[in-house]
Each structure stands twice: as structure tokens, then as C-alpha cells.
Design a protein around this ligand. Structure first.
Ligand code: SAM
Length: 340
């Protein structure tokens, strides 16, 4: 049997199908309205995604990007824990299921999956799209409100993608603490803005306090070396644009870059990257400049000069031979040095 699985192509085809029969102007108008809504104050008393037209527009416009961002975060987790495969998954605030598709693309095969969201139209459309993937046909799409009464079943993996942004502070804390109490691994993704990074750092601190270790992007579980307000840690995922994208955003670019911030934390042993590239590498004549987050080079225990996480720039030149070739191929977000 030809099994397309939960791949990016299968998702793209299913999303294109959503807009069949919906006049292009109407889809464009729904997207514009949602963008305006998301830019304004986030309502905390009722879902933003109200009906099928809203959700179809959201899904067609945003799902390819949230899918790629979550997939990049999950790939980083998979690199740090190559033996681990989640046996079950709960996607909280999962909406139309982008993270569910990303989990299926990272670790193919069926598994028990539950998507929790308070917006019924989003869940209904998620179920409709998931019918395109044999791995996702048995997903449970369950109405649930994130708040003080939130309950999540025990699971291997919890994903929370582009959701903290929509919650008041107390609900963000409840969500992270509840996820930490039921899961072996928690992956949280937010927009790659200074505010998104701040929410990720707050969640990261809660996960570490609950006994988790950081698998990615940080090479360590100590405090983030970024001075608050001075900078923000974020990454970039390339997303091919749909015709709806081109219509709403204008221009003819075939792709766009989705900026995101994330944390992947686990309860089991992992091998985080020795260092991670936290900016787009700068290629100069005969050299590559890499901005790294690294664990630091203290002299070791008992000397009073313990290793301390730090941001540092390293220059890799032609004289470094194979390492120089690797540096030229390296991308923002990659581990450094690359695994053999
Ligand atoms: C920006 S969408 C992200 C959806 C999906 N996780 C993704 O990455 O594409 C935010 C989702 O969070 C859900 N949400 C927001 N506040 C919620 C709450 N208090 N309880 C349950 N779901 C909530 C929304 O209905 C929406 O589906």
C-alpha cells in the first residue's frame, strides 16, 4: 500500500483542498481579519476561531508555518535523544493539529494521540484534514479549556505550539506545570519575537524546576546567558508559500521564513548539542563566523571556575579543513560542531 504518512506534502495537499470552492477573495478577507485579531489584544473569554471559514483560512494560511516550526523543534529533540520514540502524544491547544502532523513527520507510525482545544470548529477541521494521513485517522479531537481545571492524561509527549501567546499568565503556568506532571517530554513553540522568547524562558524555568532537563535548543539546563531585554533566542524555518499566502502578502516569493522560539525538555537521559548556532552564519571570503550558545569552558569541578553557559562568536577558516566545509553548510539552529 502506498502510505503517504503525516508528511509535509500530504498536509499541503489536504490544506489546498480546503480552499476548493471558497472564493479566493473570501479566503483572503478571512485571513486579513484573523491577522488583525491576532495583532490586537488576545481575547481570553472566547475562541478567536469561530466558524469553519475562520478555521479553513487559519489552517491554509498558518498551518504550513507552524508545522515547519514544530517539526524543527522536534528534529532537535530527536537529535538529542536518537533512541527515543514517543509512544503517545497530547497536543494542548492543538487547534487544527499542526503539531500532530509534525510529530507524525518526525516519528512516523500510528500512536495514541489526543488534541485538546476549546474551539470546536478547529477540532472539526483538524479531524477532516487528518483523514488524509493513515497515521492520524484515530486521533481523538477533544474539547477542553486550558485553565485551573485543566487535566491532561498521562503521555510520553506533550506539545504546546503557538498557544502560550493566547493565555493569561496564570493559565500559562498551569498549562506548563500540568504538562510537566504527566509527560516524559514537553515541547513548547512560540513566535520568534522578544515576547515569545520571554514566554519560552518562563516555561523553561518551570520545567527545569519540575525536574526536567533541556534537550534543545540549549546545550545545557542552566540559566539562559542572554541578558533579559538585550536579545532574544529564536530560530527560522523555511516554508514554501501557498497561493493564498501570495494573495494576502503580495509579491511572488516562493517561500518565507517562519521565526520561532522553542524549548524541548525531557525526564530521561539526553545528549544536548555541545553548542548551537543561534544566528544566521555569516560567510566571508575564506571564513565563516558562527554565533554560538555553548556550555562554556570552566576548568572543572572544585577549582571555583565552573563551566558557565555563554554566547560566543567563533571564526572557522579554510585552515580548519573539513570543519570549514561543515561551517559553510551549517544553518542557523544547527548543533555545532556537527555530529559525525
Ligand atoms: C494560534 S492557535 C495554534 C494552534 C496549533 N497549536 C498550531 O500550532 O497551529 C492557538 C490555539 O489555542 C487555542 N486556545 C487558546 N486559548 C485556549 C484555552 N483557554 N483553552 C483551550 N484552547 C485554547 C485556540 O483555540 C487555538 O486553536
Amino acid at each position: 500500500m502506498n502510505d503517504p504518512g503525516a508528511s509535509a506534502e500530504t498536509l499541503r495537499t489536504a490544506l489546498d483542498g480546503l480552499l476548493d470552492g471558497l472564493p479566493a477573495r473570501q479566503a483572503g478577507a478571512a485571513v486579513e481579519r484573523l491577522i488583525a485579531n491576532y495583532r490586537g489584544a488576545t481575547p481570553t473569554d472566547a475562541p478567536i476561531l469561530r466558524d469553519r471559514a475562520d478555521v479553513a483560512a487559519y489552517a491554509a494560511y498558518r498551518m504550513p508555518a507552524t508545522f515547519e516550526a514544530v517539526r524543527a523543534a522536534l528534529e532537535a529533540l530527536a537529535e538529542a535523544a536518537p533512541e527515543w520514540v514517543p509512544g503517545s502524544h497530547v497536543d494542548v491547544g492543538g487547534g487544527t493539529g499542526a503539531a500532530t502532523w509534525a510529530v507524525g513527520a518526525t516519528w512516523p507510525g500510528p500512536r495514541p494521540v489526543t488534541v485538546l482545544d476549546w474551539a470546536e470548529p478547529a477540532l472539526a477541521l483538524g479531524r477532516e484534514i487528518a483523514a488524509a494521513s493513515p497515521d492520524l485517522r484515530d486521533v481523538r479531537w477533544q474539547r477542553s479549556r486550558i485553565g485551573s481545571a485543566l487535566s491532561i492524561e498521562s503521555t510520553d509527549l506533550v506539545t504546546v505550539s503557538y498557544v502560550l501567546n493566547e493565555l493569561p499568565e496564570t493559565d500559562r503556568a498551569t498549562l506548563v506545570d500540568t504538562a510537566a506532571s504527566v509527560a516524559q517530554a514537553v515541547v513548547i513553540v512560540e513566535p520568534g519575537t522578544p515576547d515569545g522568547y520571554t514566554r519560552i524562558i518562563e516555561a523553561r524555568e518551570r520545567l527545569v524546576a519540575a525536574g526536567f532537563r533541556i534537550a534543545a535548543p540549549c546545550p545545557h539546563s542552566a540559566a539562559c546567558p542572554i541578558v533579559p531585554g538585550a536579545d532574544w533566542c529564536h530560530f527560522s524555518a523555511r516554508v514554501s508559500r501557498s497561493s493564498l499566502h501570495r494573495q494576502v502578502k503580495g509579491g511572488s516569493l516562493a517561500y518565507e521564513d517562519e521565526k520561532f522560539a522553542y524549548v524541548a525538555a525531557v525526564r530521561f537521559p539526553v545528549t544536548p548539542a555541545p553548542a548551537r548556532i543561534v544566528r544566521k552564519p555569516q560567510i566571508r571570503k575564506g571564513q565563516v563566523l558562527l554565533d554560538l550558545c555553548e556550555t562554556g569552558t570552566g576548568a572543572g569541578t572544585g577549582t571555583g571556575t565552573e563551566a558557565k553557559p555563554a554566547l560566543a562568536r567563533t571564526t572557522v577558516t579554510k585552515r580548519h579543513g573539513d570543519l570549514y566545509k561543515s561551517a559553510r553548510d551549517a544553518d542557523w539552529g544547527d548543533p555545532w560542531p556537527p555530529a559525525d
